[in-house]
Design a protein around this ligand. Structure first.
Ligand code: ATP
Ligand code: MG
Length: 441
């Protein structure tokens, strides 16, 4: 038997419903905040990631799935979504129509990390990006939006960890102060950090190796070297978070694993996850659009780790799999033909109805209904047909109701709210048709 490759997983029915629920909760909240959905490819030119994420980062140095395609181009499976969304913003000149764009996407990312609980090689993110807003109000608003999502999902023990990474004005001085500090401590750093301390000293700050943590005690803090503009920005973000009652703490070692961040960097943490405690991370990247060939455009974004979010939400939510509202147990070919017509009609009216298609007896059909967890069973055989009515049994209460054959589907649709749903979708279609007919509106 051929098995999954290491670090990837199947999301099976029963769990997939939870994932759909998370996607739905996130996208409806984000859309209320003005975000629009965008779908970007899973493959991009390698150069897009190496240039934006940074050559000296873990992701680019050792985690990307990169291959030469048959024409020789170097292609990479995306390790994150920001770079692609920036590319798309520039390529389609979205800024020419409206510089402020709020975009979100959901999908798989690929990083060749060491697999463990909460850490996979194919994992999923809900990613959101805002272009064209420099104000610290936006930083606070997206953290607020994230916290709102987590509280709707009843993930209540979240805290935002926050830092400012400065800007090209003030970061270089901090970088060299940090390099000087590290130079005196080379011997106590791990191998990776010895290598990083010269080229990318900020990364040493968030190394998880205990010896490095210890060696970093008393290291200079970026908060002390922010330029006045960055200081004001950071203070404003904190002020608005406080006003909105969002729990946060400053973490002067928070640097994040990608080079493009400027000013605000943040992570949302929860205690429910054990070692992999970050459920979302993000920050401002005011220089990236320009660096990738677009106009000078401030931007900020974040990504939620869906695998970790699903693990937390599953702790307090039960089984999500949908069970039939109705199972029609039909006996004999005339009744089966009728049941077949009914099932199809009900399914198109927004009711989840099932039937047996294998000519089984009543007893085994009842077992099948039970196994599927059907809420109601309708029984129709020759005697029901002759009497002109169907018996509907509520499987929880065992109560039975007789309903005339001619009004059976109407009865079910009304009773189970089927039409309500289909009316909503009809309205949606009508409304979008009207908009297409009168594009001015
Ligand atoms: P971590 O510090 O956990 O490695 P990161 O800083 O690399 O996270 P980001 O690139 O900011 O993560 O991605 C945002 C979120 O995506 C993380 O907070 C996490 O929830 C999730 N995530 C990142 N890498 C993985 C992975 N390999 N498997 C599962 N989820 C992941
Ligand atoms: Mg990581």
């Amino acid at each position: 038997m051929i098995q999954l490759i290491r670090g990837v997983k199947d999301i099976l029915p029963g769990d997939a419903e939870l994932w759909q629920y998370l996607e739905h909760q996130a996208s409806s909240l984000f859309e209320d905040f003005g975000f629009k959905n965008i779908r970007i490819p899973i493959m991009e030119r390698t150069e897009l990631f190496s240039r934006s994420i940074g050559e000296q980062t873990d992701i680019v140095e050792k985690e990307m799935y990169t291959f030469a395609d048959r024409g020789g181009d170097m292609i990479t499976l995306r390790p994150e979504a920001t770079a692609s969304i920036v590319r798309s913003y520039i390529q389609h000149r979205m800024y020419a129509v409206e510089p402020v764009q709020k975009l979100y996407t959901v999908g798989p990312m690929f990083r060749r990390e060491r697999p463990q609980k909460g850490r996979y090689r194919q994992f999923y993110q809900i990613d959101a990006e805002v272009f064209g807003v420099a104000s610290p109000l936006m930083d606070s608003q997206i953290i607020f939006m994230l916290m709102t999502l987590f509280s709707r999902l009843k993930v209540t023990d979240c805290i935002a960890r926050l830092n400012s990474l400065g800007c090209p004005e003030c970061r270089p001085a901090f970088k060299s102060a940090l390099s000087a500090f590290l130079a005196a401590r080379q011997a106590s750093l791990c191998e990776d950090c010895q290598r990083r301390s010269d080229k990318n000293p900020l990364r040493v700050l968030d190394c998880k190796v205990p010896a490095c943590r210890q060696a970093m005690d008393g290291a200079p803090s970026i908060a002390d070297s922010l330029c006045p503009e960055c200081r004001r920005h950071f203070d404003a973000v904190m002020q608005h978070l406080t006003l909105m009652g969002i729990p946060f703490e400053i973490d002067k070692n928070l640097v994040r694993g990608l080079d493009y961040y400027t000013r605000t960097a943040f992570e949302i943490q929860t205690t429910l996850l054990g070692a992999q405690s970050a459920v979302a991370g993000g920050g401002r990247y005011d220089g990236l659009v320009k660096m990738l060939g677009g106009p000078d455009t401030p931007a900020i974004g974040f990504a939620i780790g869906m695998d970790r979010l699903a693990e937390i939400v599953a702790l307090h939510l039960g089984d999500f799999s949908r069970r039939p509202q109705l199972f029609i147990a039909a006996l004999g070919s005339a009744c089966q033909t009728l049941a077949f017509e009914w099932v199809n009609r009900l399914n198109t009216e927004g009711i989840y109805a099932e039937m047996d298609m294998a000519d089984r007896g009543l007893k085994s059909q009842m077992k099948q209904a039970d196994r599927q967890g059907a809420a109601h069973v309708a029984i129709i055989g020759d005697s029901e047909m002759a009497a002109g009515q169907v018996l509907i049994r509520d499987m929880a209460t065992r109560e039975q109701t007789a309903v005339p054959l001619e009004t059976f589907t109407e009865y079910i649709v009304t009773r189970f709210d089927g039409l309500v749903k289909s009316r909503i979708s009809d309205d949606f279609v009508k409304c979008s048709q009207a908009r297409r007919a009168n594009p001015e509106e």
